[in-house]
Design a protein around this ligand. Sequence first.
Ligand code: NDP
Length: 313
Amino acid sequence: MSDNQIVKTLIIGSGPAGYTAAIYAARANLKPVMYTGLEPGGQLMQTTDVENYPGYPTGILGPEMMEDFKKQAERFGTDVRFGIVTKVDFSNTVKKVWLDGGEEIHAYTIIIATGASAKWLGLESEKKLNGNGVSACAVCDGFFFRNQEVALVGGGDTACEEALYLSKLCTMVHMFVRKDHFRASKIMQDRVLNTKNIKVYWHTETKEIIGDIVVNAVRIKNIITGEEQEIPINGFFVAIGHKPNTDIFKGVLDMDEQGYLITKTGNTKTNIAGVFAAGDVQDKNYRQAVTAAGTGCMAALDAERYLTEHDIH
Ligand code: NDP
């Protein structure tokens, strides 16, 4: 493979982190190539209104926003390709990536922006009402339910954090926990249990989210007694964890016990020189479009510096 066939910056993933990295890399003349992954546009493609992304004073639909990101990246020459990366070899200066069609791509720098996927309960009604009252992000969508009643499922730190966030906006948060205890840290548990408008239901599973066009109620079941009840609500939040999309990097890149890529503090470098990570794939804490975009920018600047330092033009 000749030098001019080697991509300077290959971006894997097409959410806010990937596209922001592409905009910066393209404007720095790195001629980035992006592989979109299975869900072009990422998690925002499943969102309705986005009201917290700066620059959109009246809000924007998630899919429209991602189309804008794409147009902006392409305007400066990003080569956006649909494709799924199935295998990588980062053992040499020239990194190798294989696609689902068998194609092999070589690149000097790689920006991983494959994101994380929210875990869902797997109910038919959850799928049907997704974006119409069902959400996996309280910070994104809680505002739409201010002064209303909502429900939230989960018992970890995320669930507790989101329940507390919602309790400041909503009149009542019904919180369903499948065990008789939280998994969350003690301090978060205490905060939840000491908040008047959060009602915790132990041993509880969600049977159905009720509503034709929007959410009207939820039917839950107590696993011990078998008793079922219907609670009127307007919003249903799922907070049972996320799965970072890092399976193809196992054994190659350093990750934490949940599979999130580990980057160096203050930059986007992974344990392999020339490989950078941005967005939710390396962030289980903030998980916002704007923070993902911020780290996407950082990754492009880090890649550009790496190329300069290695005299790759
Ligand atoms: P966790 O995996 O820690 O918790 C998931 C929760 O969802 C558990 O209570 C689990 O129940 C429950 N759950 C899983 N599947 C289902 C299901 N099908 N039905 C009902 N309930 C289900 O995920 P988190 O997102 O909460 O946290 C991920 C990591 O991020 C953790 O390490 C956490 O500490 C960290 N974090 C830290 C924060 C902070 O420090 N501020 C904020 C947010 C996250 P069960 O316990 O029964 O398995």
